[in-house]
Design a protein around this ligand. Structure first.
Ligand code: SF4
Length: 196
């Protein structure tokens, strides 16, 4: 573990190569799994506010689900998550040509229609997952076989997970935190080498 300010960061962020290869995985993280994406209460409120802007991009089944049950729900683990349809697809998924999953929130953000909200932090940070404890936040790599192409692509390009997530990690934790993380990862890799 790397201790960065009030977080404990898994060594996977330094050791693991990772760079999404969307044409290979088709963005399956939006439509796989048995629960939606974690959201904060503030993010849920924002989603509710900007819903009329996003709705035109949503599939009919997703619109119906939101109409009946709202944009989010509490999952089996007690977490607030985005609503899903067919037991797995995030309601905010839309599709680009070729069947590539896209985030409808992000598409509308690109048009400047979401009050500056790009997507839930948990989605921006994926495949990193945060767990809040009383005294610290755990920062872990969520390994999932649908992302194998990203591990291979990262290895080919020489991009590690902490480098791939530079933007989202900086947005979430701040530049000082990210700079410290880079220093710690570089020092760790210089001492213990490349385990890949
Ligand atoms: S996180 Fe995984 S499934 Fe999602 S786009 Fe990246 S490689 Fe694909």
């Amino acid at each position: 573990m790397l201790e960065i300010q009030n977080t404990l960061v898994s060594l996977d962020l330094a050791e693991q190569f990772f760079c999404c290869d969307i044409e290979k995985c088709l963005g399956q993280c939006c439509i796989e799994g048995d629960a939606g994406a974690p959201v904060t209460e503030t993010e849920r409120d924002t989603l509710n506010n900007i819903l009329p802007e996003i709705e035109p991009l949503l599939l009919p089944a997703a619109k119906k689900k939101i109409e009946e049950e709202g944009t989010s729900y509490i999952d089996e683990e007690g977490d607030l998550v985005t609503q899903i349809v067919e037991g797995r697809n995030c309601v905010f998924t839309c599709y680009a040509p070729g069947g590539i999953c896209q985030c409808a929130i992000e598409c509308k953000h690109a048009e400047g229609r979401t009050q500056g909200f790009r997507k839930p932090a948990s989605c921006a940070l994926y495949p990193v997952r945060l767990t809040e404890y009383e005294k610290f936040t755990a920062v872990n790599y969520h390994r999932w076989n649908i992302c194998r192409s990203a591990e291979k692509n990262g290895k080919r390009l020489g991009i590690r997970l902490y480098q791939f997530l530079k933007g989202p990690l900086t947005d979430h934790f701040g530049k000082d935190w990210y700079d410290e993380l880079c220093e710690a990862c570089e020092a760790y890799l210089a001492e213990y080498g490349d385990k890949e």
